[in-house]
Write a protein that binds this ligand. Structure first.
Ligand code: ARG
Length: 266
């Protein structure tokens, strides 16, 4: 009887704890939005399907990758907690615009079209698009050879934009880059157009010799952290933190962890 009573008390206390936990969390978020007192929280969103920038391994509880380490380091510099939400790539800019989140870090290339909708931080990574095909494909050796071919891309990306410019190409827009690789391997498409470091990481990580990179890098793109268009204060804070991390070697450390080398210029 006594045991049951103790158990009941424990359960009730546990429940109260959970409720209190939720409550204080909400307060923290509100205070970040209003900027008044309490622990500040930076609400960040990413599309965690883009290794080595953002992904979740099978046994990981936290999101991993270059972007994830970088934004946590930026948050630390800014003295805020970082809360990471996983949203599909094409839903990220809308989520920023409705104000559900404060910032997006997701290997997002800075371009004019997006700059009409959001504000970007200073560039933090130099990238560009590359093509991968099956290892035994001898007909596609360059961007021009993609005419009339089936190409898999991730929906809403710069890769999708570029692929759509190719005459007579049949562009398959999929939800993630992982899906594009699967389509290629299954023989449903002739090529994948996607960011170079992600293609490279995929091939080395999976020691996948059934696919290969062909041709030159198609574009030169810079990744930036996006915030709501009018949030100039946050852009400034992020840029200041980024600058500090580049100066104090922390940026280089994170870069080396994920790419194995020091950045050539940053
Ligand atoms: N850099 C490309 C773009 O900005 C692709 C980014 C995709 N990112 C992702 N997390 N899936 O469109």
């Amino acid at each position: 009887m006594k045991k049951i009573l103790l158990l009941c008390i424990a359960v009730i206390m546990g429940a109260a704890f959970v409720v209190a936990g939720c409550g204080s969390n909400d307060t923290a978020k509100e205070s970040s939005a209003s900027g008044s007192g309490g622990e500040k929280v930076l609400k960040v969103a990413t599309s965690a399907d883009f290794a080595p920038f953002e992904f979740q391994g099978e046994n990981d509880t936290d999101y991993q990758g270059f972007d994830m380490d970088l934004i946590r380091a930026i948050g630390k510099e800014m003295g805020t907690k970082v809360e990471i939400n996983n949203i599909s790539f094409d839903g990220l800019i809308p989520a920023l615009q409705t104000g559900n989140i404060d910032a997006v870090i997701t290997g997002m290339s800075i371009n004019e079209e997006r700059e009409k909708e959001v504000a970007f931080s200073d560039p933090y990574y130099e990238s560009g698009l590359t093509i991968i095909v099956k290892a035994d494909n001898n007909s596609i050796n360059s961007f021009n050879d993609l005419q009339g071919k089936k190409i898999a891309v991730q929906i809403g990306t710069t890769g999708a934009e570029e692929a759509k410019k190719i005459p007579n190409a049949q562009v398959k827009e999929l939800n993630s880059s992982a899906d594009t690789f699967l389509e290629l391997k299954a023989g449903n498409v002739d090529a994948v157009v996607n960011d170079k470091p992600v293609n490279a990481y995929y091939m080395t990580k999976n020691s996948d010799n059934s696919v290969k990179r062909v041709g030159e890098q198609l574009t030169s793109e810079n990744y930036g952290i996006a915030v709501k268009k009018d949030n100039t204060k946050l852009v400034q804070e992020i840029n200041d933190a980024l600058k500090k991390l580049k100066e104090n070697g922390e940026y280089n450390k994170i870069y080396k962890k994920w790419f194995g080398t020091e950045p050539s210029n940053n």
